[in-house]
Design a protein around this ligand. Structure first.
Ligand SMILES: Nc1ncnc2c1ncn2[C@@H]1O[C@H](COP(=O)(O)OP(=O)(O)OP(=O)(O)O)[C@@H](O)[C@H]1O
Ligand SMILES: [Zn+2]
Length: 487
């Protein structure tokens, strides 16, 4: 019988969910759902000093926002709990004792200072740091003497000499590590009584019957240590797949919770009014692609299409511009009421609209949002784009200022203003007729005609149809803006 597919996303609660974490979670999720398996979330919180308040909650909330659902987690435990490593000491400690009893592990009484000193000496000699094996063969009397001194201890795993540790990586193919290359007998139980990462992970993946470990290749050097733990207990190892990491395009370094140079947390995009469906779609294409050229896929399509054989062997870089493009595709397909609902909170926050609106105001807002919807990358952009509808004194960028500095601009704007003032019916055809009339009157045409009018009334060089914009702006505001530009 083949094992049931069970995969896990195992974040440490040391920060918020970033694009790289989300990609790793998403690929595990797609892999599980594609094969009808289970997707599990386990919190790796053994590094007590680095855990942050709310880290776990934020990881889970943002996964849920992305519409990633899971079968087991700290909140909805299955039969393999607890799902936080800090709560699994009762599972780890007897296993550590078992290794001690069978002499596959031993207590090490070296102090931090002694270990540091040894490491510095090795580095000074140009050697790779490794534990010397100082405590590997202590007699019971020597141990008792250290204990009597009041020294505390760690437990180290006895690394077998001259062994090869091989696995067939789902992404990278066959990989072999020499046991002598892992830095000597490594710690499995820390001074604070917590198991180390590598020990806990191996135990948990085994106990939770994880079939495939799909994680970032930042973990690849951990794999031989974890394989040694499996071997020591006579357990069968899961299948490993080490996926290339997502790189920050700006710095060329891997995205990490500690990288603050770019917008990279899911939360930040959520707050800017990105759509979860668009983010899901975008993230699924970071380091993976289905056959063909299409780039827009629903969640169900991605579940159907996902194939681990198509995971990329080279790192994907995170391109925020591409994300904007994908999100724009999704925004364009929203009906106007839904998209207006997404934009309204941004207006409300700026005090430009109140959440309770008259029917008339709501209709006006929908028209306004609808003007800009086709060009928008995310909902928060609406504030900047519609500035002129709320603000008499817009801030113009340099290019816009240059347009207004043109020689024929005052003539054009004066003529346009006079015509608008004398308009009796204020609608799109008459506004268009006015522009034509200004062309005739001034002899200015093309860009030199349209651009100054557009910039003067809307503050921007690009945007929706000029007639629609002016109509929505209304006669009074249009004239006020023209006066401002002419002043
Ligand atoms: N840049 C990245 N690209 C893809 N996956 C990543 C990236 N960074 C981390 N991961 C993966 O996310 C999962 C959770 O890792 P972890 O909680 O240690 O996050 P982290 O961002 O690496 O944290 P840190 O800032 O401490 O390095 C792991 O499987 C890890 O491989
Ligand atoms: Zn020691």
């Amino acid at each position: 019988m083949t094992k049931k597919v069970r995969v896990r996303y195992a974040p440490s609660p040391t920060g918020h969910l970033h694009i790289g974490n989300a990609r790793t979670a998403l690929f595990n999720y797609l892999f599980a759902r594609n094969l009808g398996g289970d997707f599990i979330i386990r919190i790796e919180d053994t590094d007590l000093k680095r855990n942050i308040e709310g880290g776990e909650k934020s990881q889970l909330e943002n996964l849920a926002w992305l519409n990633i659902d899971w079968d087991e987690s700290p909140d909805n435990p299955g039969n393999y709990g607890p799902y936080r490593q800090s709560e699994r000491k009762d599972i780890y400690l007897p296993l550590i004792d078992q290794l001690l009893a069978s002499n596959l592990a031993y207590k090490c009484y070296c102090t931090e200072e002694e270990l540091d000193e040894a490491r510095e000496k090795q580095q000074a000699r140009g050697e790779m740091p490794r534990y010397s094996g100082h405590c590997a063969h202590l007699t019971p009397e020597q141990q008792a003497a250290f204990e009597a001194e009041g020294r505390d201890h760690v437990v180290r795993f006895r690394v077998p000499r001259g062994e090869e540790l091989s696995f067939d990586d789902l992404v990278k193919g066959p990989i072999t590590f020499e046991s002598d290359s892992v830095g000597g007998d490594f710690v499995i139980l820390k001074r604070d009584g917590m198991p180390t990462y590598n020990f806990a992970v191996a135990v948990d993946d085994h106990m939770m019957e994880i079939s495939h470990v799909l994680r970032g290749d930042d973990h690849i050097a951990n794999t031989p240590k974890q394989l040694m733990i499996y071997n020591a207990f006579g357990w069968e190892a899961p299948i490993f797949g080490h996926m290339t990491l997502i790189i920050n395009t700006e710095t060329g370094k891997k995205l990490s919770k500690r990288d603050e140079t770019i917008l990279q947390f899911i939360e930040q995009y959520r707050e800017l009014g990105y759509l979860p469906e668009a983010m899901f779609n975008f993230i699924a294409l970071l380091g993976w692609s289905p056959v063909g050229e299409d780039e827009i896929f629903s969640k169900d399509e991605l579940i159907k299409l996902f194939d681990a054989n198509r995971l990329s062997k080279s790192p994907a870089s995170f391109d925020p511009k591409k994300l904007e493009w994908v999100n724009n595709q999704y925004i364009k397909s929203l009906d106007i009421a839904t998209f207006t609902d997404m934009c309204v909170p941004f207006f409300v926050e700026k005090g430009l609209l109140s959440a309770e609106m008259t029917e008339e105001k709501r209709a006006w807002t929908e028209t306004l949002v609808g003007l800009y919807q086709p060009q928008m990358s995310y909902a928060a952009e609406i504030i900047e784009l519609t500035d002129m509808f709320f603000n008499e004194h817009p801030t113009l960028d340099d290019a816009a200022k240059e347009v207004l500095a043109g020689e024929t601009v005052p003539t054009v704007l004066e003529a346009f203003k006079a015509q608008i003032e004398s308009l009796e019916t204020f609608d799109v055809p008459s506004i268009k007729a006015v522009i034509k009339a200004v062309q005739k009157e001034t002899g200015v045409k093309g860009k030199n005609l349209f651009m100054p009018i557009r910039v003067a009334v809307s503050g921007q060089m690009h945007g929706p149809e000029l007639g629609d914009t002016i109509l929505l702006l209304g006669k009074e505001k249009t004239i006020a803006h023209l006066n401002e530009a002419l002043a």
